[in-house]
Design a protein. Structure first.
Length: 124
């Protein structure tokens, strides 16, 4: 089986081709959903730059690139770049939640209401 993308006038058309027979090729599907299902099942990461590098390209990259470019590729290939972005967003959300908790605590002190020792929920 081979997966290829044909460049049309306005978009790329994926084709899943059966080429087990060396004499004929049969198009199995052109549906994007089936291509996504195959890549998910085989755990092929299309957006990972390392998974699609051929030997010549990778050799040229390793010999001709600077350490910063290699580090960026490493961060992207290992998904550490995305983890760092997600971690930063989580820290921002945590800070916002802590600020909201402090605001609610200060308001409850103003009205002399204890949020922890209340049997009924406090309307907000």
């Amino acid at each position: 089986m081979r997966i290829q993308c044909l460049n049309g006038w306005s978009h790329l058309t994926p084709q899943i081709v059966d080429n087990f027979s060396h004499f004929t090729e049969k198009v199995i599907s052109t549906k994007k959903e089936e291509l996504v299902a195959i890549t998910d099942h085989c755990n092929i990461q299309i957006d990972n730059p390392v998974s699609l590098l051929n030997q010549d390209t990778s050799r040229n990259f390793l010999h001709n690139s600077n350490p910063n470019a290699k580090y960026k590729l490493f961060m992207k290939a290992t998904h550490l770049e995305q983890i760092a972005i997600d971690y930063g967003k989580s820290k921002e959300e945590l800070t916002l939640m802590e600020q909201k908790i402090e605001m609610i605590a200060s308001v409850s002190k103003l009205f002399n209401v204890s949020l922890l020792n209340r049997s009924r929920p406090v309307p907000i």
